[in-house]
Design a protein around this ligand. Structure first.
Ligand code: SF4
Length: 224
């Protein structure tokens, strides 16, 4: 094992990249279908769906976008709306006022700055209203098939329990994980940690007894 540092969290990394990849390979065997569950037909729709997914489930988002995308599909459609017109349509996803404002704002920004196309630059994605680091990472990995490691609540919790960092916040954890996980694994790591967090490494009572990476986990308990 290496004692290399995990930047941003004041912690020594407990794992070496090879150890991390071994864990990821085991998770891949358990979750071969791990990937986004969001429904979308193009990058713009993916962007809207990811913005809607903050503090919401993919099931709820898909329910909302099924109706939403039957009415409005392109940046031009959303840019012509006022946020208040969009609010009732996205209400099922929570934080609906902020999300409606973000979707209208990012649609207008895409038209003004990018000819209506979603940019493939992390920095340009971050400049769009309502787009944070997690959304930008997901857009790169899912939308453009490029390395991205978005940190949501599952990724943060599971990777910390695995001893890959000691970060409390998503941004610091993203930096630590990007320093530790080999780049070619970033996108898969995102999906695999989410799948594991949903199925086994639950927030309240992780099911450690049936966990496929138990032997590599410093947080394993006798419960679950
Ligand atoms: S052993 Fe337990 S805490 Fe560790 S990853 Fe598995 S479920 Fe999570």
């Amino acid at each position: 094992m290496s004692s290399g540092g995990a930047p941003g969290c004041g912690s020594e990394a407990a794992q070496a990249p090879d150890d991390v990849v071994r864990v990821l390979r085991r998770l891949q065997e358990r979750y071969p279908e791990a990937g986004t569950r969001l429904h979308f037909e193009d990058r713009f729709q993916l962007l809207v769906a990811v913005v809607l997914s903050a503090q919401s489930t993919d099931v709820q988002v898909n329910r909302v976008t099924r109706r939403l995308f039957s009415l409005y599909r392109r940046p031009q459609d959303f840019a012509a709306l006022e946020p208040a017109q969009l609010e009732p349509l996205v209400k099922g996803c929570g934080l609906y006022r902020a999300k409606a404002r973000a979707i209208v704002g990012l649609s207008r920004a895409l038209l003004e700055r990018h000819g209506g196309q979603v940019p493939d630059s992390f920095e340009e994605l971050l400049r769009l209203p309502g787009v944070g680091r997690k959304t930008a990472n997901v857009m790169l990995s899912v939308g453009f098939d490029r390395p991205g490691l978005g940190v949501d609540t599952h990724v943060l919790r599971v990777s910390r329990r695995l001893g890959w960092h000691r970060c409390q916040g998503a941004n610091a954890a993203e930096m630590a994980l990007k320093a530790l996980v080999p780049r070619e694994w970033w996108s898969r790591a995102h999906h695999l940690l989410i799948a594991h967090g949903r199925a086994v490494c639950l927030a309240r009572r992780p099911r450690c007894q049936g966990c496929p990476v138990r032997s590599d986990c410093p947080s394993a308990t006798e419960q679950g």
